[in-house]
Design a protein around this ligand. Sequence first.
Ligand SMILES: Nc1ncnc2c1ncn2[C@@H]1O[C@H](COP(=O)(O)OP(=O)(O)OP(=O)(O)O)[C@@H](O)[C@H]1O
Ligand SMILES: [Mg+2]
Length: 260
Amino acid sequence: MSAPVLSAHDLVVRFGGLVALDGVNLTVFDGEILGLLGPNGSGKTTFFNVVTGLYTAASGKILLSDDNINGKSPQQIYRLGITRTFQRSRLSLGLTVFDNMVLGNYQRLRMGLWFNLLERKKLKAQYDEMVDQTHALLHTFSAPLADKLFQAAGTLTMIDRRRVEICRALLCGPRLVLLDEPSAGMTRDESSELMEDILQIRGRLKPFTIVIIEHEMNVIRHITERCIVLASGKKIAEGSYAQIVADPQVQSAYLGRERT
Ligand SMILES: Nc1ncnc2c1ncn2[C@@H]1O[C@H](COP(=O)(O)OP(=O)(O)OP(=O)(O)O)[C@@H](O)[C@H]1O
Ligand SMILES: [Mg+2]
């Protein structure tokens, strides 16, 4: 197995009296697609939120390679190469696809009043470079979508909006991408299409690691190489898709053994 890229050690996140993550230990290995599963409210999104600096853990460590990143700001985490998508769409529907992608990556731009006012040629060059990069990335994902770069995000279909959000997370060339229910709200066919896109784009870009939260078991089976299951803020199982669906603790966490 490859080297760990991210690991959580006895991670605890509390909201008042509620313990959303209760001593979680897990490792994400370099280059893998790891599924993070669990019933509603089990702590999956909280894990993404604490890794990306939106929350700070009450105790425990989050190591990116060997550095503890707990307590770092979302901007610092982004610069360290971790990006994400959100469970609920975070696109500004009135803005263009390009604006949405750049807004999500403004940390890469050399901005500032003096640069923008005095370095007009460099500003234009930077703008042109961003147009080229965003277009190329969208094109890799879906050629027709690249033609919509200057369309308002609100005019796109749901699946295209989700593609834009994923591309926004990929634009900076991250080492670790966290996808929070990318197929939520989609039909089964659309989910399969999106997962194929993700697998394809992964083969074409600089290698990166994916942690994906999903409820759709067909998607999990198809896309993940390994799974970790949370329930009530604790890790209850870990292994291949076949191993976790056969696990009695997982079956009882999902109530009713119907998800095999
Ligand atoms: N900001 C917050 N303030 C208070 N409680 C929170 C907050 N964020 C999450 N929680 C609580 O923490 C627990 C875990 O929530 P989380 O969103 O991580 O679950 P989840 O596994 O992502 O669920 P779902 O599958 O429904 O998205 C839940 O009980 C939730 O209500
Ligand atoms: Mg969630």
